[in-house]
Ligand binder design. Structure first.
Ligand SMILES: CCCCC/C=C\C/C=C\CCC/C=C/C(=O)SCCNC(=O)CCNC(=O)[C@H](O)C(C)(C)COP(=O)(O)OP(=O)(O)OC[C@H]1O[C@@H](n2cnc3c(N)ncnc32)[C@H](O)[C@@H]1OP(=O)(O)O
Length: 309
């Protein structure tokens, strides 16, 4: 896993997306969905790949993959989990037969609990830096994906979990008032970095973001819908079918035009991080290793335990 991780930083840099997209040989739009050599009877209609924390089902007829996050108990984003997510995303991005991606959770009641707090507590500066680089990598991969990406939010989705959903093109949430979504970092005594803030602002605008971020708001599904944090709220058992319906709608748009438009909309936000990655890592490390911040994180973890008792 260490070797794969060290490859991630080098291999998965995101640059020149717009120029890549405008190159006629490299965009998905020029790819046939199914190999023309195969007759319908001989086609593999689906394939499945599973690592310990990520299961991907790809339907080769539709070109749509469903990525199930399965890192118990709450899909918290540890370095190992993020590494597996990045590897799966990279494979799908390179797969000519995959044009759409639905991200969902296999864990009950939770989409993702966000960044694994234990990765930020009591760790060496080196390890914190490695962790943050992986968080950046995951965001870059998702936010700059050529695929149509849909978040099927079938449970609570605080902080980093909300960020993952925000990177997608469209968000569908289960209509269950027990679930919530939002960037609640300030409630932990920590600060959402500028690229979390940018992603939120690109979705719900400046004023709503200012309130959401300063207050660390977690929205119930219907409130998230009102503020534009999610695009659709459906009964719990309809989240995946609704995501499939949506992905097909997005895939019906001429692909090259859609991809260039997506890149154009997101490029400046992506460039801000890619041109400041090292400084952003240094900022994170010096912030998170402060004694006062470590104390806040410890207090928050104790609160989580008390809530259970
Ligand atoms: C100069 C200024 C510079 C500023 C900027 C510079 C840098 C930026 C600095 C920092 C940025 C950091 C950004 C951080 C982003 C994050 O994502 S932080 C994580 C935030 N997450 C949360 O607040 C979620 C907390 N969890 C919950 O609310 C609930 O667990 C739940 C997800 C709603 C699920 O509830 P429930 O089903 O009831 O499950 P439990 O609460 O019982 O949890 C089960 C076990 O899981 C543990 N756990 C939960 N969440 C996390 C997590 N995020 N990380 C690690 N572990 C988690 C929980 O403690 C339980 O463990 P035990 O079974 O008790 O052992």
């Amino acid at each position: 896993m260490m070797a794969v991780r060290s490859c991630l930083g080098v291999k998965f840099g995101v640059s020149g997306l717009l120029s890549q997209l405008t190159s006629s040989t490299r965009h998905h739009g020029s790819r046939p969905c199914v190999s023309p050599i195969l007759t319908p009877q001989h086609r593999n209609t689906s394939s499945s790949s599973t690592s310990s924390k990520v299961k991907v089902d790809l339907d080769q007829n539709t070109g749509v993959a469903v990525m199930h996050m399965q890192s118990p108990p709450v899909n918290s984003l540890s370095l190992d989990f993020i590494t597996e997510l990045c590897i799966s995303l990279e494979k799908l991005e390179m797969d000519k037969g995959c044009r759409g991606l639905i991200i969902t959770s296999s864990q009950p009641k939770v989409f993702s609990a966000g960044l694994d707090i234990l990765e930020m507590y009591g760790k060496s500066p080196e390890r914190c830096g490695e962790f943050w680089k992986s968080v950046q990598e995951l965001w870059l991969k998702l936010y700059s994906s050529n695929m149509v990406t849909i978040a099927a939010v079938n449970g609570s989705s605080p902080a980093g979990g909300c960020l993952m959903a925000l990177t997608c093109d469209y968000r569908i949430m289960a209509d269950n008032p027990a679930y919530s979504i939002g960037l609640n970092e300030t409630q932990l005594g920590i600060v959402a970095p500028f690229w979390f803030k940018d992603t939120l602002m690109n979705t719900i605008g400046l004023r709503n973001s200012e309130m959401a971020l300063q207050l660390g708001l977690l929205y119930k599904p219907q409130d998230a819908l009102k503020v534009g944090l999610v695009d659709q709220v459906v009964p719990e058992d309809q989240v995946l079918p609704a995501a499939v319906k949506s992905v097909n709608k997005w895939l019906a748009v001429p692909e090259h035009a859609r991809q260039i438009t997506k890149s154009m909309m997101r490029k400046s936000t992506i460039d801000r991080l890619t041109s400041n990655r090292e400084a952003d890592i240094q900022n994170f490390v010096s912030f998170i290793t402060r004694e006062s911040i470590q104390k806040s994180l410890r207090g928050y973890m104790e609160l989580l335990k008390q809530k259970k008792a």
